[in-house]
Design a protein around this ligand. Sequence first.
Ligand code: GLA
Length: 401
Amino acid sequence: MTDATRELRGRFTHVTGREPDGVWSAPGRVNLIGEHTDYNQGFVLPFAIDRRTTVAAGLRTDGVIRVASTFDDTPAEWRLTEIDAARIDGQLTGWSAYPLGVAWALGRNGAELASVPGVDLVIDSTVPVGAGLSSSAAIESAVAVALNELWGLNLPRPTLAQVGQLAENDVVGAPTGIMDQSASLLGEADSAVFLDCRSLETAVVPLGLAGAGLSILVIDARVSHSHATGGYADRRASCEAGAVAMGVTSLRDLDVTDLDRAHDMLDDVTFRRVRHVITENQRVLDTVRVLRKDGPTAIGPLLDASHRSMRDDFEISTPELDLAVDTARAHGAIGARMTGGGFGGAAIALIPNALLLEVELAVQDAFAKRRFSGPMAFTVTPSRAATRDDIDPIEHAAATA
Ligand code: GLA
């Protein structure tokens, strides 16, 4: 057990007066490539990062769910059977909507909320909020694995990813896809997760960053974004309109050979939105192929092309993210792109270890010259998916087999 796990157990005992039944954690994610393709039933290639949300959980006997956290003094408390009405009345707001939403969404996937025991949850997180690293999926996935085990549901991880997405869509109110929860629940060390968002088939794709002497630097531009109110929903609507105009169920049904036809049939803005999705799907497939054949040093041009497409066609980048990407490239990054939903958040740069410091200093300097606040830059390591943290993994596997 790590010090952080022990500390959260202590915190749980302080808040509830008893020991937790267990501690679980789930990572945030970086999307290596494949942006705004998930809700178009396309391809994505994210990886889980070494920043995690941890939840200490203990059953109650009264059908109440109570969620507390280290980042907010006020706990939220509901009867499990009342969450649905509270959701419909729009009473579930703020960070607690994520764990409460997961409990509700488990109710839509086999949990009998009228008969499962209540639960106390105490949550802590090292995933930065608003940086496009899916702090929300990390909460959802940590709570999902905790309740799945405590309530004896035995739901497979792909279903838990759908539970997290349902919570986000129908409780939090953000029309997001399935990528973030899939990365958080299926990631592996030094690897990315390829996900076909139509079939929901996945494959673990080794990245080999350490072996190639490469790091991924996250450059958080510290410009906040909100999926629920921002341009995310607007981009999703454009994609859906583009698919209807092209006579297909989703943009996944189109590929680069359809671009000329799309150009003739769509207005300029819709065409550029559609072109981003079509070409981005192709770039994900190309990235997997290049990673397997030539390794991570060869994927730079694909990352760069992805950023240009988001900047010029999908128009979800910001001046801060463009500056971060351009500066990183000018100082030795092999490739760089904004990552996540856009309209703020972070960029990632793939950098030879020897040039990390130079790139970091150059970005700080460029931001200062333009009088942009921030940025916050830190490296991330592709890491393992959601886990139980307070017992030995082998004992745990044997107990849950
Ligand atoms: C956010 C959403 C994801 C995905 C990305 C864009 O992170 O939560 O589902 O759509 O934006 O690729």
